[in-house]
Design a protein around this ligand. Structure first.
Ligand SMILES: Cc1cc2nc3c(=O)[nH]c(=O)nc-3n(C[C@H](O)[C@H](O)[C@H](O)COP(=O)(O)OP(=O)(O)OC[C@H]3O[C@@H](n4cnc5c(N)ncnc54)[C@H](O)[C@@H]3O)c2cc1C
Length: 480
C-alpha cells in the first residue's frame, strides 16, 4: 500500500507525491492530520481554518472519485502526528509514504521523528518540493551561503528554472472505480468549532477547482497589466491567489507554467514577467525561513535589531488594529484586512512600516495580528514581509526607509477611491483633502486626528537602530 500524506498541498493536480504514489506498485490511500493545537499556537485565522477544512472536503471527494480514500485524523496536538501516522501505517499495511516537504522548523522536526520511526518499521518516505518552484537549499552564493539579497537570488532562480522546470501532470493511472471519502465527518466536526461570520466566508471559495478558475481568470484578464496596475489597491489587478497558494489548493508550478505560456503573447509579456517575480519572492522567503531557524523562534533576521527597545503601547496598537490612526490609507487598509481577511500587498508594507516605525511597536505584534486575520496567513511570507518592513529582515535598503503614509496615499490612491470605500467617514472629501483630513477638521468630526506626527519619525528610527547596532557590537566585543 502507498500512502499520500497531505499537508499544505490540498490538490490533485501538479502534485508529484500523488503522481509518484500512483506510479508505484500497489494501491494508494491518503491521509490528512488536523492539528488544531498547532493552529491555536500559531494564531491561525478562523477564516484560514475554514478555507483549509472546506478545501479538504473537496479534496476528499476528488480523490474518492478516482478510487483513493482520504482519511482525516483529528490529531489535536502536533506532537501526536508521528504516533498516529505509525498506527495508520500498521493498520493499512503501508509500505511507502509520499509527501510534499514542509520547511518550518516544527514541521521539519516532526518529519525527522516520523522518518526515524518509519525507518524502524521498514517504511520508505519520499518527499517532494512542490510547495516551491526552487527547493530552498538549492541556490547558494559563491561562498556557499544562502542568498539573503533578493535581486541576486532572483537572477539565479531564473536560470535554475530555465534549466530544471517541469510540471507534474494529472496521473493517468487513477482508478476509474470510486472509493469512499472516509474523513468528511471529522472535517465537519472541526468546521463546527470554527466560527467565522458569513460576511467573510461569502467573499471566498475554497478548494482546488475555484483556485484553478481564479488562475485562469487572472491570467486572461489582468496578467498583462500586472506591472502597471499592481500597486493600486482600488483596482482589481493582482491575482488574489495567495490563500490558494498557501494552502496548496494551487501549486506554484501551475502559476509559473500559466504565466510562461501567457508570455507568448507580446502584450502580456511584461506583466507576466513581473508576476513571476512575486513567485520568486515567495520562494525567497521560504528559503530564508528554511535556512535561518532563529526566525521560527521569533527572532529577528538581523540579530542586532533584537536589541531594539520597542514601546509597548496598547492604545496605539489597538488604534492601528481598528483602523483609527488618523492616517486614511493606513486605516482603510486595516479595515480591509479585518472585513475581508486579505490586504493588498502595498498596503501590507504601508501598515507594517507604520506600526513598526511610526508607532514604534514591536513588529511581532503586527505579525501576529495579520496571522489572526489573513486567509493567506503563511509564516514565511508574513514573517519575511514584516521583517522587511520593520528593517529587521532581508531588505537591502537600510533602516531609514520610512514610507510617508500621506505620500503613499497620494501616490497609490490618488483619487481616494480606496479610502472612500473603507473609511466612509471621509467619502465626502475631495481627492486632495481625503489624504490629509486633519487640514479640514470641521468636515470630518467623526474621524480622529493623526495619533502620531510623521515629522521626526525617520530621526527617531535612525537613532534607535544606530543605538542597537552599537550595543550589539559592544556585546560582540565583550564575547570575543
Ligand atoms: C507585512 C507583510 C505580510 C505579508 N503576509 C503574507 C502572508 O501571510 N501570506 C502571503 O501569502 N503573503 C504575504 N505577504 C505577501 C503579499 O502581500 C501577498 O502574497 C499578496 O498581497 C497576496 O495577494 P495576491 O495573491 O493578489 O498576490 P499577487 O500579486 O497576485 O502575487 C502572486 C503570488 O505571489 C506571492 N507573493 C506576492 N508577493 C509576495 C511577497 N512580497 N512575499 C511573498 N510572496 C509573495 C503570493 O503567493 C501571491 O499570491 C505579506 C507581505 C507583507 C509586506
Amino acid at each position: 500500500m502507498n500512502l499520500v500524506w497531505y499537508r499544505n498541498d490540498l490538490r490533485i493536480h501538479a502534485h508529484r507525491a500523488l503522481q509518484e504514489a500512483l506510479q508505484a506498485e500497489g494501491p494508494v490511500t491518503a491521509v490528512y492530520f488536523i492539528c488544531e493545537d498547532q493552529w491555536d499556537s500559531h494564531g491561525v485565522a478562523p477564516l484560514r481554518r475554514w478555507y483549509v477544512l472546506h478545501s479538504l472536503n473537496e479534496l476528499g471527494e476528488q480523490l474518492a472519485q478516482r478510487g483513493i480514500t482520504l482519511h482525516v485524523v483529528d490529531a489535536g496536538d502536533f506532537s501526536q502526528v508521528p504516533q498516529k501516522l505509525a498506527s495508520l501505517v500498521r493498520e493499512h499495511g503501508v509500505e511507502r509514504i509520499f509527501c510534499t516537504r514542509e520547511y518550518p522548523l516544527n514541521e521539519r522536526r516532526r518529519d525527522e521523528a516520523v522518518a526515524a520511526e518509519m525507518d524502524k518499521q521498514g517504511v520508505a518516505i519520499r518527499g517532494f518540493d512542490d510547495s516551491v518552484l526552487v527547493p530552498p537549499t538549492t541556490l547558494r552564493t559563491g561562498k556557499g551561503t544562502p542568498y539573503t539579497v533578493f535581486s541576486a537570488y532572483k537572477k539565479r532562480w531564473d536560470v535554475w528554472l530555465e534549466q530544471h522546470f517541469s510540471i507534474p501532470g494529472l496521473p493517468g493511472s487513477m482508478a476509474a472505480k470510486s472509493a469512499k471519502f472516509a474523513g468528511k465527518a471529522v472535517v465537519d466536526k472541526a468546521l463546527d468549532r470554527v466560527s467565522v461570520p458569513a460576511s467573510l466566508t461569502d467573499l471566498w471559495t475554497p478548494g482546488e477547482q475555484a483556485a484553478a478558475q481564479q488562475l485562469e481568470y487572472f491570467v486572461g484578464r489582468h496578467l498583462g497589466q500586472y506591472r502597471k496596475h499592481r500597486d493600486f489597491p482600488s483596482l482589481t489587478a493582482t491575482s488574489s491567489l495567495s490563500a490558494a497558494l498557501s494552502a496548496g489548493t494551487l501549486s506554484p508550478a501551475s502559476c509559473f507554467h500559466a504565466a510562461r505560456q501567457a508570455m507568448s503573447d507580446a502584450g502580456a509579456r511584461d506583466g507576466a514577467a513581473c508576476w513571476i517575480g512575486e513567485l520568486a519572492w515567495r520562494d525567497f522567503y521560504r528559503q530564508i525561513m528554511a535556512q535561518y531557524p532563529r526566525l521560527s523562534w521569533g527572532r529577528a533576521f538581523r540579530p542586532e535589531t533584537d536589541l531594539l527597545e520597542w514601546d509597548n503601547d496598547d492604545d496605539l496598537f489597538q488604534a492601528w488594529c481598528e483602523g483609527r490612526t488618523g492616517y486614511p490609507l493606513v486605516d482603510a487598509a486595516m479595515r480591509q484586512l479585518v472585513a475581508t481577511g486579505w490586504m493588498h500587498n502595498r498596503l501590507r508594507m504601508v501598515t507594517a512600516m507604520f506600526l513598526s516605525k511610526h508607532l514604534w511597536q514591536d513588529w511581532r505584534r503586527g505579525e501576529d495580528f495579520f496571522m489572526q486575520h489573513l486567509i493567506d496567513g503563511d509564516f514565511a511570507a508574513n514573517n519575511g514581509g514584516w521583517q522587511w518592513s520593520a528593517s529587521t529582515g532581508t531588505d537591502a535598503v537600510p533602516y531609514f526607509r520610512v514610507f510617508n503614509p500621506v505620500r503613499q496615499s497620494q501616490r497609490f490612491d490618488a483619487e481616494g477611491k480606496f479610502i472612500a470605500y473603507w473609511v466612509p467617514e471621509l467619502k465626502a472629501l475631495d481627492n486632495k483633502t481625503i489624504h490629509e483630513p486633519w487640514k479640514q477638521p470641521l468636515l470630518v468630526p467623526d474621524y480622529p486626528a493623526p495619533i502620531v506626527p510623521h515629522a521626526g519619525v525617520r530621526e527617531r528610527v535612525t537613532e534607535s537602530f544606530k543605538g542597537a547596532k552599537q550595543a550589539y557590537d559592544q556585546l560582540q566585543g565583550v564575547d570575543a
